[in-house]
Design a protein around this ligand. Structure first.
Ligand code: F0G
Length: 480
């Protein structure tokens, strides 16, 4: 953050724009038609109908000139390419791990880890699940135990490490069900609770408990860059550590580290790292089966080269601060206007609390999904529902009500400008003043697995027309 004369702070973009992509801001009536065609699911909107794409930070971070340049130096070879060895060496210096299995993205790593270690009846304790993680474990007959600290579930808090795991909950679970636990999973920058970090101290304690009980510790490092920034800024002991020292200290605690390079390293792809050859050997055969040969694992060599540079850039505070600073600014501006958001602001994106924003919509009418559709209609901003719609129904068909109803507005790293953030804030503010017009949604096509990706929904009433009419009254007929 940089301080202005008047004492206010703003995030400062520590890069200059060299290549741009045109975006489109459709008039409000066309946006209403677009969200209707997309069946009120923002995943189904084509980007030509989206103005600000705040759906996800996955594969949407801007690459640096050095990353793009490096990708042109890729060695395209099915087996044994120079590019693979460059990436393997980079991961060795980055995490301090000797072994690396490449995979095409983060969930592919989850598939391989689950197939190798999960069996019917397994329980995987975690600080909090991610959607694809849960789906892979459930598919193999395992279950998850959410052992997040209680404060992690509170929307507003001043706990700097809401992504911490509760040590007592872990100890108790090991006591009662230790024999069913193949590994404990910690997620950096815990996605579904608002991009919230764990602390180094917490990870160390979890690791010690795991070691004492002979249980593996697996780290999902997809959102590591945000977590690193928060450890550096918020944890006393890290003040004197370099970002790389923090990475190495984190990695030392874990038996297996996997990541989505669509997030970590602002590239594409993913992989699994470890210092334990036995564990690597147990997973290795699945790479050529599902991913590709062991020296590319489904990644293109160009993205592997971009990742090599992206990992280096992850060690620079001026680079990893970009996302969290923009998010902090957006959250501050929203809070000023009385709009409920997750605090402290985390990484990945700014998270609106839909359960408060549209408190009149019951959870089984998908408040966060309705808010996502409403925001798109009045602004062209595309967010992502992270609430009950993103959960799976129970085997008997009843809804699993999510512990949080969030509208996630991702801020892809280095991709957005401050004026775009301000536009989003302004429209969210307008929507907040008109929130009584928003009503619920219902599925008319509901996939069984990860229904949020492609499910189709309709508004329960004609509320969307009324919302457009109100917008036109304030901004002009069919205005943008
Ligand atoms: N783990 C975490 C913490 C993630 O955030 C993601 C993806 C994955 C694993 C899976 O990785 O997409 O490369 O297969 N999160 C994206 C998101 C999809 O929008 O939050 P992937």
């Amino acid at each position: 953050m940089i301080k202005l004369r008047n004492g206010e702070t703003i995030p400062l973009e520590m890069h200059k724009v060299k290549v741009v992509q045109k975006t489109y801001l459709l008039p409000v009536r066309e946006r209403l038609e677009a969200i209707t065609r997309a069946s009120n699911n923002t995943f189904l909107l084509p980007t030509r109908e989206v103005f600000l794409d705040m759906l996800t930070d996955s594969g949407t971070n801007a690459m640096s000139d050095r990353q793009v340049a490096a990708s042109m130096m890729a060695d395209d070879s099915y087996a044994g390419s120079e590019t693979f060895y460059r990436l393997k060496d980079k991961l060795k210096s980055f995490f301090g791990t000797d072994y690396f299995l490449p995979a095409h993205q983060g969930r592919a790593c989850e598939n391989i880890i689950s197939e190798t270690f999960i069996k019917e009846g397994s329980i995987v304790p975690m600080n909090y699940h991610f959607t694809t993680t849960h789906a892979h474990i459930a598919k193999r007959g395992g279950e998850i135990a959410e052992l997040l600290i209680d404060e992690g579930f509170e929307i507003t808090s001043d706990n700097p490490f809401k992504g911490n795991m509760c040590l007592d909950k872990l100890r108790n679970l090991i006591k009662t069900d230790g024999h069913r636990i193949p590994y404990v999973r910690m997620e950096a920058g815990t996605n579904l609770i608002g991009g919230q970090p764990f602390s180094l101290a917490n990870l160390r304690e979890i690791s010690a408990i795991c070691k004492a009980n002979n249980i593996m510790l697996v780290l999902d490092a997809s959102l590591l860059s945000d977590n690193l920034y928060f450890i550096k800024m918020r944890e006393a002991e890290a003040k004197s550590m370099s970002v790389h020292q923090i990475v190495l200290e984190i990695a030392k605690q874990c038996d297996i580290i996997y990541f989505s390079a669509r997030k970590l390293g602002s590239a594409r792809g993913g992989g699994i790292c470890s210092n334990n050859l036995k564990l690597i050997d147990a997973m290795k055969e699945l790479i050529p089966l599902y991913e590709g040969f062991l020296t590319y694992g489904g990644m293109s060599t160009r993205e592997m080269e971009a990742l090599v540079v992206g990992l280096d850039e992850t060690l620079e505070l001026d680079i990893i601060s970009q996302g969290p600073m923009m998010i902090a600014h957006m959250a501050k501006e929203l809070i000023k206007r009385g709009i409920p958001v997750i605090t402290p602001p985390g990484g990945l994106g700014c998270h609106l609390d839909a359960s408060e924003f549209v408190s009149h919509i019951p959870q089984n009418e998908y408040p966060a999904g309705a808010l996502a559709a409403a925001l798109y209609i009045i602004s062209g901003v595309r967010g992502m529902e992270r609430g009950t719609m993103s959960e799976a129904r129970q085997p008997d068909g009843t809804e699993t009500l999510s512990s949080m109803e969030l509208l996630r507005l991702a801020v892809p790293r280095r991709m957005m400008t401050l004026s775009q953030i301000e536009y989003a804030v302004d429209r969210i503010h307008w929507l907040y003043d008109n929130r009584h017009l928003i009503e619920g949604l219902e599925f008319f096509e509901e996939p069984k697995i990860m229904r949020f990706f492609s499910g189709r929904l309709r508004p329960l009433t004609g509320w969307q027309d009324k919302l457009v009419e109100a917008f036109e009254r304030d901004f002009g007929e069919n205005s943008r």
